[in-house]
Design a protein around this ligand. Structure first.
Ligand SMILES: Cc1ncc(COP(=O)(O)O)c(C=O)c1O
Length: 378
């Protein structure tokens, strides 16, 4: 790999968390061990369950002079092509408790709805999905293929969620949402517990102690679920770095201000699942003290990184990584290139880095577009 292929990757902003204080007991009080372990027990019994691969980005590792770069490849998750398969479907099973007369509903940017629809289909339940104008027809079609009734709502994600809440109340449907609001915390907790399965798998996939984890965040559910997984399953606590799109850095802003802080999204990020303006309540309780640092990145490196993964620039194998899988890589590269951040994060030749490849070609048209654009840049 030629150095100039990735030396152009820079983060937009990097901050340290002045209120950092990782406390396993406190984290596991919010998402307790029983919940996390039940999630793994339940999910690992599902038909066709297999841990997703923990790949090595060996070429990038050599170039950056680190010990290991592990990449959890969620493109292989249950054929649904994203980690979200672990959350919504698990929550559907837990909330409906074997009853067949329940209709489940959700609002979604895509992957969460697919998980809920898949979970409902597996259990023979009716499923109603609400999407905004920003969700692609492809994503809608995939949820319809899983037997869900999909309704498009005018406006943004928030509009689709409000409409979903109204319709669900009117029709007595059970909302399976991945974000919390006052008096609605159980389902988001279940989805986060589902996500922690990734950490359980990693804890048996390598004997190396992970020294750093880069965790992408939208509303923070995935990041918080994985932090809880770390608290429960890892012997040593790695440095935890949150990664967000520069225009949707609500976790960074909240950590900076030490209070949940809303970001007015002026332009949606191409990393659609992460284009969120407000950190969710339960994740915030976990993330506010357990995150060491936050990094924000621009959309402009997404296509190049998709192509680098596919074309074996970073590893011996070709990896299908969608848009949200890329910013962890960009953050790692740019934090290593910058001496100040490399030093602040204590990244060195003994570092075992964990990156989360959250999704594959979950939106196939977008993936193909990014891949062909990116190939021109590598
Ligand atoms: C595909 C996808 N959707 C959504 C998210 C965001 O998850 P959350 O909103 O739980 O932070 C991510 C990663 O952060 C992602 O990769």
């Amino acid at each position: 790999m030629q150095k100039n292929l990735y030396l152009n990757q820079k983060f937009t902003k990097f901050i340290n968390n002045e209120n950092f204080e990782f406390d396993r007991a406190k984290i596991l009080k919010i998402l307790n061990s029983d919940l996390l372990e039940d999630a793994y027990k339940t999910i690992s019994k599902w038909q066709k369950y297999q841990p997703t691969p923990l790949e090595s980005l060996n070429k990038l590792c050599k170039e950056l002079g680190l010990k290991n770069i592990f990449y959890k490849d969620e493109s292989k998750r249950f054929g649904l092509k994203s980690f979200k398969a672990l959350g919504g479907a698990y929550a559907v099973e837990k909330i409906t408790k074997g009853r067949k007369d329940i209709t489940v509903s959700t609002a979604t940017a895509g992957n969460h709805g697919k998980s809920v629809a898949w979970g409902a289909k597996n259990l023979g339940l009716n499923c109603k999905i609400f999407i905004s104008e920003n969700v692609s027809d492809n994503r809608a079609a995939e949820m319809r293929n899983l037997n869900a009734e999909v309704t498009r709502v005018k406006g943004n994600y928030e509009n689709s969620l409000n409409f979903c809440k109204e319709e669900s109340k009117k029709n007595n449907w059970e909302i399976i949402q991945d974000v919390a609001w006052p008096d609605y915390e159980l389902v988001p907790k279940l989805t986060m517990a589902g996500y922690s399965t990734m950490i359980k798998e990693i804890s048996v996939q390598t004997n190396e102690y992970i020294s750093h984890i880069f965790l992408q965040a939208g509303v923070g559910g995935m990041a918080a679920g994985l932090v809880a997984g770390v608290a429960n399953y890892f012997k040593r606590v790695p440095k935890i770095i949150i990664v967000e799109p520069e225009n949707a850095n609500c976790v960074m802003k909240s950590i900076e201000n030490n209070i949940p802080t809303r970001v007015d999204i002026k332009k949606e990020s191409i990393m659609g699942g992460m284009s969120c303006g407000e950190v969710s309540l339960v994740p915030w309780q976990i993330l506010k003290n357990s995150v060491n640092s936050c990094v924000s990145v621009s959309d402009k490196f997404v296509s190049q990184t998709v192509a680098m993964l596919a074309d074996k620039v970073l590893s011996d194998i070709s990896i299908e990584g969608g848009e949200c899988s890329t910013p962890g890589i960009t953050s790692l590269i740019s934090c290593c290139i910058n001496e100040e951040t490399k030093c602040a994060l204590e990244i060195n030749k003994n570092s075992n880095i964990l990156l989360i490849g959250c999704e594959g070609s979950a939106d196939i048209d977008l993936y193909q577009k990014l891949l062909s654009e990116g190939k021109k840049l590598i």
